[in-house]
Design a protein around this ligand. Structure first.
Ligand SMILES: [Zn+2]
Ligand SMILES: [Zn+2]
Length: 354
């Protein structure tokens, strides 16, 4: 069967998950579009659940109006290539970030492509599906050939790892440092994996939930601290010879976590506010502490193409063992169950396989 006929045959059964409203989704039959100039139609081999998806599942999203297709971490195989695509051909295994900047706006020309309006406005959603249309701007800048030895599910970690790479480039961790991560979710553990791979001496994760803390200890942290326990503040203060952590990376996206990060870092230390909080929330900062303790506060958002390239290299080298973050697998028609499982913290990241 030729390429067009194969797609036509598959089309009859192509499915796409639509989030109708918080807590309710539907698998719809859809006709995968023919790719236009510069575009690729990707047959999804694996999509991954993400904290952002869970937030959207719980309370909707300020930017994406529902109903909408969702899922943005993926890897797959090129099913059809639009006119003008030279880098990829039908049958190629691909991995990509779900966004790409324009390259010529105010922010892009200053190397701050993470702030390019196009990155968020034209983010591709709909990875929980049999097929995904990859727009030309992403194909041109943030899509890669998946190395044959890299499993599809690990390749799908490209987007979250790009965020981590961007944050750590700003934080500049040193090998002799003690780093505290607040939050024992997938992002907190991915930060720990990257820090250990970079040779950082001590990485401590403070978080909640017995199972999550167990995973944090098994997958990356040198030590875990139960943030719910009365002794947590004292235990953190005792780190680093009693000076406290040199660097704190906040990964909960809760104001309480941001406040704790600000309080726990040592004098002269750096705080990375990595987890975005809900709109309308505010952080009250002790100005005396900030100034006289000479704190550096950093708030990295999203990623730039160079972060995606670096994340691609890290995944390709398989030095992080990042695939261990994926500790559940379900079929696309079990997507509702996936979110129920994430709600119970019964998985860190779940692979959704069409
Ligand atoms: Zn994500
Ligand atoms: Zn731009």
């Amino acid at each position: 069967m030729n390429e067009a006929a194969q797609i036509y045959a598959d089309r009859i059964h192509a499915r796409q998950a639509m989030l109708l409203e918080p807590g309710r989704l539907e698998l719809r039959e859809f006709e995968p579009p023919a790719p236009g100039p510069g575009e690729l139609l990707v047959k999804i081999e694996c999509a991954l659940s993400c904290g952002t998806d869970l937030k959207t599942w719980r309370r909707g999203h300020p930017v994406w109006k529902l109903p909408a297709p969702f899922g943005h971490e993926f890897a797959g195989v090129v099913a059809a290539a639009g006119p003008g695509v030279e880098k990829f051909k039908v049958g190629d295994a691909v991995m990509a970030a779900p966004t790409a900047p324009c390259g010529h706006c105010f922010y892009c020309v200053r190397g701050q492509e993470n702030l390019c309006a196009q990155a968020m406005d034209r983010m591709v959603m709909g990875a929980y599906a049999d097929y995904l249309l990859l727009p030309a701007h992403i194909v041109a800048r943030n899509a890669f050939h998946k190395p044959p030895a890299l499993p599809f599910e690990e390749a799908a970690l490209l987007e979250p790892l790009s965020c981590v790479v961007h944050a750590q480039e700003m934080a500049r961790p040193e090998p002799d440092e003690c780093v505290l991560i607040i939050g024992a979710g997938a992002f907190g553990i991915m930060h720990a994996m990257a820090l250990k791979a970079a040779g950082v001496r001590q990485v401590v994760i403070a978080g909640r939930g017995g199972k999550r803390l167990q995973w944090a200890g098994e997958l990356g942290a040198d030590r875990v601290i139960d943030a719910a326990c009365d002794d947590a503040a004292r235990a953190i203060g005792a780190l680093n010879g009693g000076y406290g952590p040199d660097l704190v990376i906040e990964c909960t996206g809760q104001v309480a976590g941001w406040e704790a990060a600000f309080r726990r870092v040592r004098r002269g230390g750096r705080v990375v506010f990595f987890g975005g909080c809900a709109a309308g929330t505010a952080l009250s900062v002790d100005t005396r502490r900030m100034h006289y303790d000479n704190l550096t506060l950093l708030a990295p958002f999203h990623f730039r193409p160079r972060d995606v390239t670096a994340a691609f290299a890290m995944l390709s080298a398989r030095r992080l063992g990042a695939g261990r973050l994926i500790n559940a697998r379900r079929r696309l028609d079990q997507l509702t169950e996936v979110f129920a499982m994430l709600e119970r913290s019964a998985a860190l990241k779940c692979a959704v396989i069409p």
